[in-house]
Design a protein around this ligand. Sequence first.
Ligand code: NAD
Ligand code: WQD
Length: 336
Amino acid sequence: MKILVTGGAGYIGSHTCVELLDGGHDVVVYDNLCNANEGVLDRVEHITGKRPVFVRGDIRDAEAVEAALRQHACTAIIHFAGLKAVGESVEKPLMYYDNNVVGTMRVLEAAAKTGVRQFVFSSSATVYGEPKFLPFTEEHPTAAMNPYGKTKLAAEGMIEAFAVAVPTCKVALLRYFNPVGAHESGLIGEDPKGIPNNLMPYVTQVAAGRRTHLNVWGNDYDTPDGTGVRDYVHVVDLAKGHVRALDTMAEKGESLTVNLGTGKGYSVLEIVKAVEVASGKTIPTKIGPRRFGDLPAYWADTALAEKLLGWKAERDLAAMCRDSWNWQSKNPDGYV
Ligand code: NAD
Ligand code: WQD
């Protein structure tokens, strides 16, 4: 299959390109590089022995997306491109709606015009909002709590409506939990700009001596050690989930909405301990106040992903921390 991967130069996108190329697919990366480095393509080529085609462009430019789809005769789209910082989305909501909702609309328009009928979308567990029950099943009510999450929900709704209107079009809405880790080669990984918002890159930067300590956002939650609990999932497992979603849509001719997580939750302090073990470094922590908008704990129900996709995360917390640290220690300043 020839697949247009929007946002394919980014963190999850680059790992998915590796799995697609290793699986014998052809890949066209479409990315404006607003949060990525073109050098990632060399690294993907180094790992797989194949170089993805690269088109530098913005997803909001429907004509350019359409031209890329036509020129390379793509038959499927995996749509990663978007903005993902929750705090920034509160400050700049219109920028988020423009990129994540209008951008998705433009990509769908291009799909409609070019007859592309398979579409995979990067959604997020953040669409569930406050847990009414745990683990989160796909039937859990959705109630995103911040502009970022609301753009994901709006995009999901638009994609579902498109699939109803164009019944030959099959869509996969993949709701990721907390992606961490890196390719085991240490050649590609997460490269946040500035101060990381997310826990894992922050912790590995502390281990590397780039930051003095981790601020633990709250230790008075109703969780076993008082710190927040999340379902961390290895990015390579996540990448493989995308390949399974494409295969499943092709095999069964069905659209799907599934969680991609491990089904297990770990606390902030458990992550700190596991990275200490993986890195052999001590990670100083300071307990701070709760971070505004954070939930105490959530994790995925993984039964549907197993049943529909035959997909189950295989890499455990030790592997996630080992690979995050391997990437961080081999690339102290990220892609340079
Ligand atoms: P990332 O920032 O590393 O990758 C996003 C890529 O999209 C980047 O390469 C960026 O340059 C590109 N991009 C952004 N806006 C674009 C535009 N207008 N036109 C073209 N390219 C554009 O982020 P990621 O962690 O790889 O996330 C990928 C997707 O998964 C995003 O949609 C994100 O919302 C979603 N997601 C991420 C997480 C997470 O914690 N990382 C969790 C759930 C969902
Ligand atoms: C994890 C835990 C923090 C940083 C976010 C988005 C979500 C999804 C994934 C895209 C929490 C604690 C963190 C720090 C800390 N992204 N923490 N000190 O908040 O679960 O999810 O990323 O879809 O939408 O909201 O991930 O890694 O930021 O936090 O104590 O410096 O670590 O309070 O309990 P989160 P995270």
